[in-house]
Design a protein around this ligand. Sequence first.
Ligand SMILES: [Zn+2]
Length: 694
Amino acid sequence: MLLFTGSLIITSCGTEETNPLLTEWVTPFETPPFDKIKNAHFLPAFKEAMKEQNLEIDAIINNPDAATFENTIVALDHSGSLLKRVDRVFSAIRGAMTNEEVRNISKEVSPMFSKHDDDITLNADLFKRVKQVYDVKESLGLNTEQNKLSDHHYKNFIRGGANLDNDDQGEFRKINEELSLLSLQFGENVLKETNKFELIIDNEDDLEGLPENSITAAAETANEKRYNNKWVFTIQKPSMLPFLRYSKKRGFREKIYRAYFMKGDNNDDLDNKKILSRIAMLRLKRARLLGYKTYAHYALEERMAENPENVYDLLNKLWAPALNRAKEERKEMQQIIIAEGNDFKLEPWDWWYYAEKLKKAKYDIDEDEITPYFQVENVIDGVFGLAARLWGITFEERNDISKYHPDVKVFEVKEADGTHIGILYTDYFPRASKRAGAWMNSLQKQFKKDGKMIYPIIYNVGNFTKPTVDTPALLSLDNVETLFHEFGHALHGLLSNCTYESLSGTDTPRDFVEFPSQVMENWAKHPDVLITYAKHYKTGEVIPAELIEKIQNASLFNQGFKTVEYLAASMLDMDWYTITDTIEYDAILFENKSMEKIGSMREIIPRYRSTYFNHIFSGGYSSGYYSYIWAEVLDADAFNAFVETGDVLNKELAARYRKYILSSGGTDDSMELYKKFRGKDPDIKPLLKRRGLN
Ligand SMILES: [Zn+2]
């Protein structure tokens, strides 16, 4: 139950004001009143909300009635709603509007949170009641979803240390607390490293080869940083990638890329080497306490992959053909270098530059030719239009809903008949207060409470090319795919139709959750969809058929590099989390050995090196980075189902996809859900074909 206690905080001038995080939100669709929420509200709100959940837990334990599914499992699922609310708003701000104050709150809250969670999972009286229900669940006549929910909470206790003796529980708590702080520190260091580096150019000649919009953006960045008549490039991807692709200044390319791949590895106060080794070691220690061989065994138990062997199997199956392709690509690029009269060997900072030339030579296509067709507003129309065609849903911009930044847009999502579905926030451009990458998350998850629908409130964040004074935001094809990808996660949250919050929306196994997002990338590039949104930003001309053909022909281009870069990072992740010695490894030696073992190429640096691998040391993807390719088996096969019908916008199939995948959350076994949609097991062949690895 939500208790609106209306807690008071004292402002600096001594007047009392109500904490908006703790009061009822009388806003459209109960969206967060971002205009009223100040950073100072978070800490007292967290404390109050934790207290409240503790009271709710006490009420479950002290219930004089025998434990039942409703009074224990469901009550537990409903507990902490105020805390979830505060935490979700805070997460949104921490990801996209961070500053020193937010980081300090994070540091203070993180160990509090870890203790609070442990207090619940290590609460013997609560576990006793949960176990009482779990032990007799077969006789309770539960449906599939209810069964899943009982399993979910019971396993949460087991995996959270409920069966450990007192000493081990103490150790377990200590590890969790330290891990929470280390992960936070790791992520902060990466963000600071990303913001720190500037490549300042003061001689116009040094801009040779760069596209106009990239130069304009660099001039604007220089202005923001108060450098007169200069250009500043950063290691944020929208700034760095065009530079790597087009700059004719090899030395500068090296400088910017080196700054990128040396993040967290500079032996200074932002160095992450010791932090990450300790994280890996502590995770192993914790897994050992629970009786698992490695951390990966612990993490994978709850995923589709089930164990590390299955993950390595898939990665190895793809590795050799990917490496072969990448070596061919390297050879072709080296030939260009020689043909141009140079004699140096291709280096990692050369790859993008020569890949771009190769693309031009082989497919007569360059990014510059494509981006004018991908103005961000048109891409958004494209993705909304696609959802309308497939499921009849609509998106209406709302200007009466409070935002945390002017770049944010808010939409109401509705069924074809006008029924409310949920709210979507989009926030697409980089700024120093935002971490790198793109993500989706919820401010409110969909579920049902006492028969009443709780509607989802979802957001998408990205770091796409910004508009400049004279051009709108023109996205690269990669950006377009990412936008569709995150929108797929958003749909998974928005179209959820589940009863229980813990199993709704994107709360599915980690290696399943990338499937609904990745499948959208297939539509993004399909000709039948491209013609609906890819329009020239100046003339409005629809993307010509020959350019679409070129894009399609080029789809196998650089796949060796992309696959190797990705697989290398996935292997690195798995290697860190299958260690069996509880020691702190030398991070660089470990990484080098891991790459040597698979015979990686020195010209291709893993997509993330250990020292800035946020996914696995600061996010939720530890021994989970493989999930993208695991899910790609599913997305390639699922899209193939559409292709097989002869209509990629097949409404009937889309309805089945919505029912079993987008609406079902984690209410059933992921593979079962997939098979219900597809009518058979997934096939790996469409993936191999798509990446040219067959
Ligand atoms: Zn994703």
